[in-house]
Design a protein around this ligand. Sequence first.
Ligand code: ZN
Ligand code: FE
Length: 765
Amino acid sequence: MANACSIRVRGVVQGVGFRPFVYRLARANTLTGWVLNGDQGVEIHLEGAEDDMEAFVEQMQSKRPSASTISEVEVTPALSEGLNEFTIRESHHIAALTVQISSDLPVCEDCLKECFNPSDPRYRYPYINCTNCGPRYSVILALPYDRANTTMTDWPMDAYCDSEYRDPLNRRFHAQPVACSACGPNFILRLNGVDAADGWDAIRKTAELLWEGSIVAIKGLGGYHLACDARNPMATVALRTRKFRKEKPFALMVRDVEVASRLVLLTSESEIVLTSLARPILLAQARLELEGVAPNNRDLGVMLPSTPLHHLLFAAGAPEALVMTSANRSNEPIAYEDADALKRLSGIADAFLIGERPIARRVDDSIARVGAFGLLVLRRSRGYAPGRVAKLPTKRPVLALGADLKNTITLVVDGNAFVSQHIGDLSHYQAFQAFTKTIEDLISMYDIDTSDLLLAHDCHPQYASTKHAAALPAYETRAIQHHRAHLASVLAERGEWEKSIVGVSFDGTGFGDDGSIWGGEIFVGSLEGGFERTSHLRSAALPGGDGAAQYPMQAASGFLAQIGDLPDLTRPPFNFTSRYEDAMQLIRREVRTFSTTSVGRLFDAAAALLGFVRESTFEGQAAIWLEQLARDSSNLDAYPFPLTDDGLDFRPLLNAVVRDRLRGRTVPEVARAFQHGVAEGTAEVVVRLCHSRSIDTVVLSGGVFQNELLLEDLQSLLEPLHLEIWTNHDVPPNDGGISLGQAALAAFGNFNDAERNISEGVAHA
Ligand code: ZN
Ligand code: FE
């Protein structure tokens, strides 16, 4: 009698061609039985020889479809049913809990071949897809993942698509968004207020317009892009003007890896990131300067085509490097609905390439980099979201609302932590709407019982996310301090619950235990036991509150107010403007002046002293400017940044900057010595704590650690002392990672008194 076994597979195993794959694999191993989508994931019953079943289980994991993720495989012996063939059985009702929503996928090689084959029915069809590729999260309206629950519901399949959809051996078996040019949606070019062309004609005409220097709004997977020829300065400069975007770099989409390698320095590691399934924007050192694309920036963001439309555009002769920037005005959320795009972009785009398939939710492009510690996702969105990033040891569902800037939310289901797409700045009405919608979406997709929900949010009483927490149903609500959440995000990614670490949490701003603005904090502790604040940056004044982030000179005044004997900073080489004096007045009169330990603002202050006396037009601009200047110097000295009873003392550090500037030392050298000083002062505190507490691991998180040079400096200071450094990889070190950290800390129930008081306040609001 034949042997038999039952196999249960959990993970992203739905809508990714898993069952046809199992079907083919079983047949190849001469096994009989069946496969179906069950309550607990994919269920497989196998009958046959023991060796063949073992080979099956091994190959199921090693050869799994590229879009699938297996999180758990359970094999148990079963009774033989005496089956003589292998079949795909009708699915049971699918419990939402075990089905994970797949992220969006780039078009696969097989589909591309068909797309460029003149005798294929989907020749030049911009919405070609199969179970191995195409949209998922961006088209899903509800679970279970059936066509009726996607934005394809308005396009019934024709006989050709339907026959593929029903054939278990076909690549399109149960591919929910399957369509062809005969039955499916298409692209339309809207020019001067009229529909000028559709299908391939529309794409070809768009390529021409781009050559001529036009700016075209092009519908992508998760929203509209504004595209223009990256090598045409007239176009790039016009785009900046029309978009009100002064200096923030534009991302590029390039035809292929070869073009990318001419524009940026590609290493084997960064090429893996560039070509990975998520197809993120890869941030890498530029090899040449393209006017208007990334002004005063040594880095360039490049991505590869990900949808069939993008490939078709390049095939139709579009310029090989296109600016592909989010379609919006300055900092607004990206447009993703056609009517809204037409309205909001009317003064910006010369033409619109409109795809008829609706986008279910806004999903921006992801941004990633390869740095001193490997992959670093700086914006987690298209291609990554809403994938699982961590496994937390909790059965209770947890919803973490994140921070107000660079917002993401995290939902923990059965211990699986899913991080949402980048939602953005919640002070924008549309972003706030996306925030509440994403919460509703994830809660309903995963069928969460909200009466059982543990809700986590930031401690900041004025955050929109904090206020929203009071309006949500929950079993319990917990406030989690911002800088502890940054550290927790690193430990959660690694699944390290008990490990004691020294944690450095440096960022621009976050609400502290004492109600002041923190941002230069050093902690000791673990996820399980909580984090105790042991050191911090010496407090400085913050005139004008968060507004100081926009004007480095304003931030500088708060630090310089504590330094006596300053030269007249309105004179060369400093050239401070009246904004500096005005800020000093606020401090003297104690008007609208707060107290801060923000290292982000300390970098701004140094940047101002080094010549960044204009407005910062995007978050982190002055710090990036300073880091890049510092890279131009190889000097090794470090300005003093000693630890005193009041914290890490910035006064000698900034004094040295002022002194060396007056002496005429070059700006890159001063910038380098400043950065070195910050690294050395921080390392000294860390080393002392590691020794006194017998700790061997240091966690670095917070927005300041997007500074690659600072990471490198700390690496060269700490690793020779046998201290290991842990940083973020899958979630950003900036506030995009806060929700994961909140979820992890809330799951462990760690609270300090400040957090407990705020939680009670919110619960009673
Ligand atoms: Zn495909
Ligand atoms: Fe932060």
